[in-house]
Design a protein around this ligand. Structure first.
Ligand code: DGL
Length: 265
């Protein structure tokens, strides 16, 4: 086992959604210092071209690297789908995305190998989850579907009741009874777990990539705990401070983030 290591875990997302991944990291690795960047000026990524998402992801990573990173988490599914390979090839620290951990978690849960995956239009069009699931689960039958309306519903806090249920029914109702596992391949979807479970029924296991990614980070850091004791630093940067930011961010993080700094990346 190696000794304690300096450096922070850097996490970026297109906006506030990656705070679900950060929240899972804080729960699992409470001693690790973290630095988060939400690219709130350029969100959403889910509707943008792969080249644009790669360009944005590079600038986000470059910014975070100035903060003494030991590892970078691409907490955005769309950025992982388009830019993970480029970042892993270019950066001097390990880079973990959300797609592979989600696919591995699905592999551990499925019995029938009939899996659904939902995400933004960009994530689904990239085929990244479809490839990762095919690799993790040989012979898997994968139904992939973009569910773009779930992102604004989660940000608006409309996560319970009739409205999200109807939207989820429209997107996923026909999958009831035909899959046994559904990967929530977007940072926002874990907030809609209840509505999704209501529509698909208890026999469908829901995979939250945030939890699976935090577990992958823990694995990657195993044997290399954070240096020093006391309260670890947790810094938050955004590229814009939109109206209602603290309220929306709290939905994803579980509490209002401490001092948020606005930066131009
Ligand atoms: N963070 C994005 C994702 O997980 C969702 C929001 C967006 O479109 O940027 O794919």
């Amino acid at each position: 086992m190696q000794g304690a290591t300096m450096g922070k875990i850097g996490v970026f997302d297109s906006g506030v959604g990656g705070l679900t991944v950060l929240h899972a990291l804080h729960r699992r690795l409470p001693a690790e210092p973290t630095v988060y960047l939400g690219d709130t000026a350029r969100v959403p990524y889910g509707t943008k071209s792969p080249d644009t998402v790669i360009r944005y992801s590079r600038t986000n990573a470059r910014f975070l690297l100035q903060h003494d990173l030991r590892l970078l988490v691409v907490a955005c599914n769309t950025a992982t789908a388009h830019a993970l390979e480029a970042l892993q090839a270019e950066l001097p620290v390990p880079v973990i995305g959300v797609v592979e951990p989600g696919a591995r978690a699905a592999a551990a849960l499925t019995r029938t190998r009939r899996i659904g995956v939902i995400g933004t239009a960009g994530t689904i069009a990239s085929g990244a989850y479809q490839r990762a699931l095919a690799q993790a689960i040989p012979g898997a039958e994968v139904v992939a579907r973009a569910c773009p309306l779930l992102v604004p519903l989660a940000e608006e806090g409309w996560t319970e009741g009739e409205v999200p249920r109807l939207v989820v029914e429209r997107y996923l109702g026909d999958l009831r009874g035909s899959i046994d596992t559904l990967v929530l391949g977007c940072t926002h979807y874990p907030l809609l777990k209840e509505a999704i479970a209501d529509v698909l029924g208890p026999q469908v296991a829901l995979v939250d990539s945030a939890e699976a990614t935090a577990a992958a980070v823990e694995d990657a850091l195993r044997g290399r705990p954070a240096a020093g004791g006391g309260t670890p630093t947790r810094r938050y940067f955004v590229t814009d401070v939109p109206a209602r930011f603290p309220e929306i961010a709290a939905r994803f993080l579980g509490h209002v983030p401490e001092a948020v700094e606005q930066v131009d990346v």
